[in-house]
Design a protein around this ligand. Structure first.
Ligand SMILES: *Cc1c(COP(=O)(O)O)cnc(C)c1O
Ligand code: SF4
Length: 366
């Protein structure tokens, strides 16, 4: 266990949250904005919020213009200037799958609650950035919507897993979060609660003893977090994870494949191995979606497949996530795997190995 100094504001999550660097003025204090770009940056920050915790900013190497932490949290004009064909605000058509405000029910046995619009850090690659700062986006913070979502879930006995998403549910207020968890636990058919949060990465101090204790009272709870780069695995992050897993809350990771951040075999191999070492199961590697404002992060699909090909067999299966693409038009998630089966024919299957060898395998046809 890592020693955790006491009575230090830096380690107080409320201090970190209150002292976030925000808005155009905050940004101007961090980066050089040439006079002729001032208007463009103002427009950018008014369209897509900027806020980052002192902790997350402290991980940036300011001498490296393409620093992976910097790219994830410092606004770039590419967000409004790069526009690939086909990208839209909401390619997943989440909204039509919303039977009641703040609830998305796309898969039969799982429902997702948009708990809040708040996050500790606004990630530049976020696929829900269309919602940032909009006051009309329904979230579970509003009592009426919260109650409607709970009612819908309680009337749909096929829902066995409820996912709290957002925004970041850990920033909706302790009291509200606890109330939401309690209402969900009162529904007998809800077997599992999942919380999607980037707090272990962007504000790990948030996962303190009292929060982990509160969460553990509503188990089974699964936490899905979002580490994208090995440099995000700091001592503070390791401690946050340790607090959760020692309270019986498993932690998994959903990374996003991002150009210039982690679209590299060695970086991802290191990330996934480190995650396994700290007790976090790599669950998904998401392809970066065609969402407006994130086009500069998108890689070809072949990049992700190449990375998966290289990892499979090289590192243990527990370090390897599923590479998935969220399909537009409410198609759901599609799994992309290197394919090792070449042909199936008359009782003989033909496989290729990771080293490119061809191997025949007898199989029974029926
Ligand atoms: C991704 C997602 C889920 C969860 O899917 P899993 O494959 O179980 O992780 C549930 N609901 C919605 C709307 C989603 O986008
Ligand atoms: S923490 Fe998650 S929801 Fe919030 S900005 Fe980052 S990716 Fe988006």
């Amino acid at each position: 266990m890592i020693a955790y100094p006491k009575n230090n504001e830096w380690l107080d999550w409320r201090w970190q949250f209150r002292n976030r660097v925000k808005g155009y003025h905050g940004l101007k204090g961090l980066i050089q904005i040439p006079r002729e770009k001032e208007e463009a940056f103002k427009k950018l920050v008014s369209r897509y919020h900027f806020a980052a915790t002192p902790y997350y900013l402290s991980l940036i190497d300011w001498d490296a213009p393409m620093d992976p932490i910097r790219s994830q949290c410092i606004p770039s004009l590419e967000e409004i200037e790069v526009n690939e064909a086909g990208s839209t605000e909401d390619p997943f058509l989440e909204e039509p799958f919303s039977p009641t405000p703040c609830l998305i029910h796309r898969y039969k046995d799982r429902a997702l609650i948009i708990s809040t619009g708040r996050c500790a850090v606004y990630c530049r690659h976020c696929n829900r950035k269309r919602n940032w700062g909009k006051t009309d986006v329904p979230t579970a913070v509003k009592r009426e919507y919260r109650e409607k979502a709970i009612k819908y879930i309680s009337e749909h006995s096929e829902i066995r897993e409820v996912i709290l998403s957002g925004g970041d549910p850990l920033f909706m207020g302790d009291h509200l979060l606890e109330e939401l968890l309690r209402s969900l636990r009162e529904i007998a058919h809800v077997e599992v609660i999942r919380i999607g949060t980037r707090a272990p990465v962007t504000l790990p101090m948030r996962i303190d003893d009292s929060l982990s204790e509160m969460l553990s009272r509503f188990r089974p709870i699964w936490i899905n977090t979002h580490f994208n780069h090995p440099r995000e695995i700091t001592n503070e992050a390791i401690l946050a994870v340790e607090r959760l897993i020692t309270k019986g809350i498993p932690v998994s990771n959903q990374a996003v494949l991002l150009k210039g951040v982690n679209d590299d075999i060695e970086i991802l191999e290191t990330l996934f191995k480190k995650l396994q070492t700290i007790g976090v199961r790599p669950y998904y590697l998401f392809h970066c979606d065609p969402v407006k404002g994130t086009d500069h992060f998108r890689t070809p699909l072949s990049k992700g497949i190449e990375i998966m090909e290289n990892l499979w067999g090289k590192i243990g299966g527990l370090c390897i996530p599923h590479y998935v693409v969220d399909l537009p038009d409410a198609g759901g998630k599609a799994l992309l795997m290197p394919n090792y089966l070449i042909a199936l024919d008359g009782g003989e299957a033909i496989f290729r190995t990771q080293n490119g060898k061809i191997i025949k395998y007898p199989y029974i046809e029926n």
